[in-house]
Design a protein around this ligand. Structure first.
Ligand code: NDP
Ligand code: OXD
Length: 311
């Protein structure tokens, strides 16, 4: 049996309906269905499971995260660590993140925030920036599955692209940097910094005043990784001093972003409500069903969480 823990009864039903079509031999149930017997549960698809809940199922074979981030599961000290944990890896997650990053970079390049403010005041704010995409290197911090998906889209728009990751890699169309020792070289040429890092102890508050100071003057920041990657006060200070020219933010320490947060009204900040890459449920269900089919046939699970790396 596959149990689904997601917000909203209708949404859980939709997940179960997708699985009924995709995996007809596996019963799929909402986590609150009355007929679930704990020892029958072999798979769980979850977002923010209550602490202790996953540990109830003695025959659990794999846990699937509804999202690419898994800190909503690993924050539970009792989550069953011996059970493989699969991060969401649908193709559409990459497509949508690529679209968001491309949109954010173009918005920053073409002063979209300024024009939105001017329009709200019916003000003809005639100005044409000097740079084209070809002059603006985008640096992706976290050149993983989603960062990699953004590369061809950015390249197609003309942006030179660089990436920074934990381990060295080769990505077509991008200059690749890795590890703390290559971070400064990566930052020095980055005109738009795109953060797509997971939430781990190592990445917590990594984008702080010291890091921002290493970007060229006039650079901009996009954060679609996690709110914990960024020191918001340091970002605001760098925007106010003129060191940074703008920011597009999708993820925050507290979500929904509280109404009193200064980011909402900052003239150089565009806020989106954690929507950068929410793939359709049908597409995510396809990914999970394919992974379960492979696993049952003795093939490895994709996109596994590694406890030693923390993501
Ligand atoms: P991946 O695991 O594929 O990529 C993570 C990348 O971060 C990898 O390149 C990894 O390096 C790098 N990384 C991790 N830790 C460090 C470190 N300490 N120093 C340098 N690089 C590091 O994950 P995804 O691309 O699938 O997802 C990334 C994150 O995006 C998710 O964890 C989630 O937080 C966020 N996300 C946000 C969404 C939104 O809607 N806003 C939607 C989906 C995801 P290496 O390649 O060497 O492993
Ligand atoms: C995710 C997210 O982790 O939506 O997939 O942020």
């Amino acid at each position: 049996m596959l149990v689904v823990k997601a917000a909203g009864a209708e949404i859980r039903q939709e997940w179960c309906d997708h699985f009924a079509g995709l995996l007809p031999d596996l019963a799929a149930r909402s986590f609150d269905a009355p007929d679930i017997r704990d020892e029958e549960v072999t798979y769980a698809l979850v977002w923010e499971p209550d602490p202790g809940w996953l540990a109830r199922f003695p025959k659990l074979r794999a846990i699937f995260s509804l999202g690419a981030g898994v800190e909503h599961i690993t924050a539970d000290p009792t989550w069953p660590r011996h059970v493989p944990l699969v991060r969401m890896g649908s193709e559409e997650t990459g497509q949508r993140m690529g679209e968001y990053v491309a949109w954010a970079c173009l918005s920053l390049l073409r002063d979209a925030r300024d024009f939105a403010l001017a329009q709200a005041e019916r003000r003809w704010d005639y100005k044409v920036g000097d740079a084209t995409a070809q002059d603006v290197q985008v640096g992706i911090m976290g050149m993983g599955r989603l960062g990699g998906a953004a590369v061809p889209m950015l390249r197609g728009l003309g942006f030179p692209v660089a990436g920074w990751s934990r381990s060295p890699k080769v990505v077509e169309g991008a200059i690749c940097f890795a590890g703390p020792e290559e971070l400064d070289a990566f930052l020095a040429e980055t005109r738009i910094l795109v953060c797509l890092l997971p939430a781990t102890p190592e990445t917590e508050r990594i984008v702080d005043a010291a890091l921002l100071a290493k970007l060229p003057r006039g650079a901009a920041v996009v954060n679609a990784g996690r709110g914990s990657n960024l020191v918001t006060a340091d970002l605001i200070a760098a925007l106010d001093s003129g060191h940074l020219s703008g920011a597009v933010l999708d993820v925050f320490d507290r979500e929904p972003l509280p109404a009193e947060n200064p980011l909402w009204s900052h003239p150089k900040v565009t806020v989106t409500p954690h929507v950068a890459s929410i793939a359709r449920r049908r597409e995510r269900a396809r990914f999970v069903a394919g992974a379960i089919r492979d696993f049952e046939a003795g093939r490895p699970l994709p996109n596994l969480y590694h406890p030693d790396r923390g993501y």
